[in-house]
Design a protein around this ligand. Sequence first.
Ligand code: 13P
Ligand code: SF4
Length: 305
Amino acid sequence: MIKEDKQLIKRIKELKKQRNAVILAHNYQLPEVQDIADFRGDSLELSRIAAKTDAQVIVFCGVHFMAETAKVLSPDKLVIMPDSSAACPMAGMICADDLKKLKAKYPNAVSVGYVNTSAEVKAELDYCCTSSNAVAVVNALKDKKEIIFVPDKYLAEYVSKKTGRKLITWSAFCPTHVKILPEDVLREKKFHPRAKVMVHPECLSSVAALADAVISTGLMSKMAKESPAKEFIVGTEMGLVYRLKADNPDKEFYPASERAVCPNMKRTTQEKVLWALEELKEEIKVSEDIRRKAKLAIDRMLEIV
Ligand code: 13P
Ligand code: SF4
């Protein structure tokens, strides 16, 4: 293990103060990045913090769509990413034109889209949702006959099962979560028969079917704290396991699969955070027209939850 550089961390803290900056880190970030963050959380929690913070600079340690969402909600703040090449491949599997065509095919459908999309795609949506509120958003659309749900086909399948609604779907997926297989969960269950199984809704449906809870990373963190269970099998990206262990030292967490690593989430390092704070780069920009439209979809989601 690389030794922690105290001088580097000290400088990050000084610059944070000077710049009036806040560091937000997604639950999948490297341990060294989670350790220097002011807030860690899932997509919804981080968007809420971004919308509320008084800081003038938001250093977003995550993937591009998350930083873009922060910019959509906080247009007057400077949102920077320590490594702006960190993109979510699932978000790249649908573009605004794809969604426009789908909407043209189903002109009476209301459109719901996962937060793992670009701002251009969000601008075309009626409602945004995250993994923690997708079921609630679709349940709130009881009076709508047709619902488009993009882009994640596994999240869509899970939501459809929970709500009993037939959804018009897209074929995107998370390359990291589909690496977790049912046999991984079954193997861990055999080793740890008392453990509760929590998996992310981006997992294969055959994996979700084996879980005690199918929830967002933020809700996994809550469940780990509040459940009387002492052992958990964690079916999501490996970064969350670090956070769960740090927050609950008296409990045991077993990753369902150590193959579940999102390379884009691991691009950000402490050095890059320092660099970003020194030079106030890379700035995330969203055009005002797209921003206003994308914000409507996010605001409608926040009204429901
Ligand atoms: P959460 O909102 O659950 O953190 O999920 C984000 C994500 O990208 C999952 O792969
Ligand atoms: Fe995207 Fe999957 Fe990485 Fe999440 S884990 S950011 S959905 S590629």
